[in-house]
Design a protein around this ligand. Structure first.
Ligand SMILES: Cc1cc2nc3c(=O)[nH]c(=O)nc-3n(C[C@H](O)[C@H](O)[C@H](O)COP(=O)(O)OP(=O)(O)OC[C@H]3O[C@@H](n4cnc5c(N)ncnc54)[C@H](O)[C@@H]3O)c2cc1C
Length: 295
């Protein structure tokens, strides 16, 4: 795959984009989802994905939403699946349901302990998969899914070090993952350092840059804190005095996401996964920039 033309421009057919959505809970949310899925599907994404509620809540919505998106757009669509509180036999049943519904791609995750305070299964409880690498193993044994896993440029919040987390990522690839999609990040150097370290650790599989367009900067920065993604002061300053979701703030967000993606392309990054939050505008604007070629 050649990325550079004679003039040094990079064109869309050298790049791969994919989009994440979540299953909406209201009628209005469903309307918006379809509107935005329709708009973004015109950009030629390689795949789309649908998230899984923490602890498997709204699981049926994930499957139904993924199936409907795939049917209506003809874009291959993945269902996210978490294993932390779901026994292996139930995971097998879910895997069968996905397969029966023509879902051939799974984003395999461990997930987080339930927020209601109920304990996660004990680490020696053999009825459960305890890490996503175990889930990848289990899914692979059940059906020949395409499998994506999560990666963390600034390390997973619970990992003792970035090196330990990269060793965990290697286990996911060794178990048969096809690609890793990263947590979002705001400092490109974190992603680039992570990518280099992963390669040095013997990970040769695809590492897709996860990009969060900032639809509401207050919420995004708060969420970043929970995910362990650093928000540099220079980024906060761009929104100084701006009302979240105002036209002025959205204009800054659109500039930022275009800048981020352009800078990554100039560093040789070719695969991008956008956390759309079911909103098309900012993601569309960043991808349109890619579609028209980056000089
Ligand atoms: C692209 C992406 C999509 C996501 N989608 C969802 C979603 O739809 N629903 C949802 O609830 N959450 C989602 N999450 C969040 C995710 O569930 C949490 O970050 C969760 O805490 C970890 O999941 P994981 O699959 O990375 O876990 P794991 O890969 O199991 O890692 C968890 C921790 O264990 C360590 N570890 C992993 N494997 C091993 C091993 N074999 N031995 C020792 N240590 C190990 C890791 O270093 C890490 O600290 C998503 C995250 C990303 C990046």
């Amino acid at each position: 795959m050649r990325a550079e033309t004679k003039t040094g421009a990079v064109h869309m057919n050298d790049l791969s984009i994919s989009f994440e959505f979540f299953p909406p809970k209201t009628d209005r949310g469903r309307e918006l989802l379809w509107e935005n899925v329709g708009r973004l599907s015109t950009l030629g994404p390689r795949f789309m994905t649908v998230t899984y509620g923490a602890g498997g809540t709204d699981r049926d919505w994930t499957i139904e939403t993924a199936r409907n998106i795939q049917r209506d757009t003809r874009v291959p669509t993945a269902a996210h699946l978490t294993c932390i509180v779901t026994p292996k036999d139930e995971i097998a049943r879910i895997a069968d349901t996905l397969w029966e519904n023509q879902i051939r791609h799974v984003v395999a995750l461990r997930g987080d302990a339930p927020r209601d305070g109920s304990p996660a299964p004990a680490p020696d409880d053999e009825r459960y998969y305890h890490f996503s690498s175990d889930l990848v193993d289990g899914l692979r044994a059940r059906h020949p899914f395409e499998i994506s896993v999560a990666a963390y440029p600034e390390k997973h919040p619970a990992a003792p070090s970035l090196d330990a987390d990269i060793a965990a990522l290697k286990k996911k690839f060794d178990a048969g993952a096809d690609r890793a999609i990263t947590q979002f990040f705001f400092r490109n150097e974190d992603f680039l350092r992570f990518r280099d370290k992963a390669r040095a650790a013997g990970i040769n599989g695809e590492i897709v840059a996860g990009i969060l367009p900032i639809a509401d900067h207050e919420k995004a920065f708060d969420f970043a804190g929970k995910c362990g993604a650093n928000v540099p002061d220079s980024l906060r300053e761009r929104f100084d005095g701006l009302e979240p979701r105002s036209d002025a703030a959205l204009e800054v967000s659109a500039e930022l996401v275009r800048e981020q993606v352009r800078a990554l392309v100039s560093e040789g990054v070719r695969e991008f996964h956008f956390y759309t939050l079911n909103q098309a505008h900012l993601t569309y604007s960043a991808c349109e920039d890619l579609v028209h070629g980056i000089k």
